[in-house]
Design a protein around this ligand. Structure first.
Ligand code: NDP
Ligand SMILES: CC[C@](O)(C(C)=O)C(=O)O
Ligand code: MG
Ligand code: MG
Length: 337
């Protein structure tokens, strides 16, 4: 099915400029949306609990910070950018009691709607603006005059104007400079979870760690292994980003390209593809969502253990040393850009 893609000329910025927006959360996505909405002339306030460590960062940027309940009561568009596993509690306690006729409830990812964790009333618009990139780069690209593509979706169109509102919001954070695709909560949630698990985060991290292990276990220097499988990956992916896999293959040597064409399918073998399909199945049938919600409710024991194991992987130590010698590489992540 052909997708609909919208650009700045298709969006009416005045729609979002006419709304009172509450952004709940000020982390990776929250700071990017809030600062770029403000820079686009939108009336924005931030909702954070009294003890939140994000409060100081938002206030430093001159943003008005209220509690999530106060921000929701004051606003007529509420964008939830708190962690997915916390959203249903924030919704029940702070947002639902403050929803009025004609309000809009927005999400940056469809998890809570797709898996029925939040069930909004019928008198509000329910829509999504989901940038296809990490929040810190969403903000960095906006500031640089560029944009990260975004998906929009409408779950419930109480006003009859929810799509135009979502497109206007997406344009205000820079998404329509790059392209905004209309989708559904189901499609965004399932493809986003698959992408981050199998390719962008899970697949890429495991590929890099395993490549580093194979080289160092064979006796090669960790520094050389690091440059080979992690540092250079960014340069290779930059070429893919700019001109597709074809441009990457144009720039590399014929020797590399022959190795790519013949060995790549041995690394990502039919068994790996089968495993990817299994992972997609677990997303589609709700297995992953149930597992993640239960893991979070149990205090994240497995998450914490695996995260710590990742931090202890020898590639991190090697990388830290090498990056400290390349001043332009280690660009600190802040929520104050
Ligand atoms: N990270 C990304 O780039 C992307 C994220 N998304 C989606 O965006 C949403 C937000 O994710 P992300 O930006 O990663 O989140 P982060 O973990 O980076 O930030 C979460 C923010 O929510 C705040 N918070 C925690 N609890 C509450 C609460 N009870 N009430 C209000 N605020 C609270 C945190 O404050 P504190 O400092 O106190 O912890 C923090 O400011 C998710 O739906 C995610 O799937 C979508 C696309 C990409
Ligand atoms: C790739 C991870 C992501 O989906 C994203 C930055 O788009 C996320 O949930 O953080
Ligand atoms: Mg994503
Ligand atoms: Mg995601």
């Amino acid at each position: 099915m052909a997708v609909e893609i919208f650009y700045d000329d298709d969006a009416d910025l005045s729609i979002i400029q006419g709304r009172k927006v509450a952004v709940i959360g000020y982390g990776s996505q929250g700071h990017a949306h809030s600062l770029s909405l403000r820079d686009s002339g939108v009336d924005v306030r931030i909702g954070l609990p009294e003890g939140s460590k994000s409060r100081a960062k938002a206030e430093e940027q001159g943003l008005r910070v209220l509690t999530p309940a106060e921000a929701s009561a004051e606003a007529d568009l509420i964008m939830i950018l708190a962690p997915d596993t916390k959203q249903r509690f924030i919704y029940e306690q702070d947002i639902a009691p403050n929803l009025k006729d004609g309000d809009a409830l927005f999400f940056g990812h469809g998890f809570n709607i797709r898996y029925d964790l939040i069930k909004p009333p019928s008198n509000v618009d329910v829509a999504m603006v989901a940038p296809k990139g990490p929040g810190h780069l969403v903000r960095r690209q906006f500031v640089d005059g560029k944009g990260v593509p975004a998906l929009i979706a409408v779950e419930q169109d109480a006003s009859g104007n929810a799509q135009a509102l979502a497109l206007s919001y997406a344009a205000a954070i820079g998404g329509a400079r790059a392209g905004v695709i209309k989708t559904t909560f189901k499609e965004e949630t399932e493809t986003d979870l698959f992408g981050e698990q199998a390719v962008l985060c899970g697949g890429a991290s495991a590929l890099v760690q395993t490549g580093f292990e194979v080289l160092t276990e064979a006796g090669y220097a960790p520094e050389i292994a690091y440059f080979e499988v992690l540092h250079e990956l960014k340069l290779i992916v930059d070429l893919m980003y700019e001109g597709g896999i074809a441009r990457q293959r144009y720039s590399i040597s014929d020797t590399a390209e022959y190795g790519d064409l013949t060995r790549g399918p041995r690394v990502i073998s039919p068994a790996v593809k089968e495993e990817m399909k299994k992972i997609l199945g677990e997303i589609q049938d709700g297995t992953f969502a149930r597992e993640w919600v239960a893991e979070d409710e149990a205090g994240r024991p497995n998450f914490t253990k695996l995260e710590e194991q990742g931090n202890q992987h020898p590639i991190e130590e090697t990388g830290k040393k090498l990056r400290s010698l390349m001043s332009w590489v280690d660009r600190p992540i802040t929520e104050t850009a």
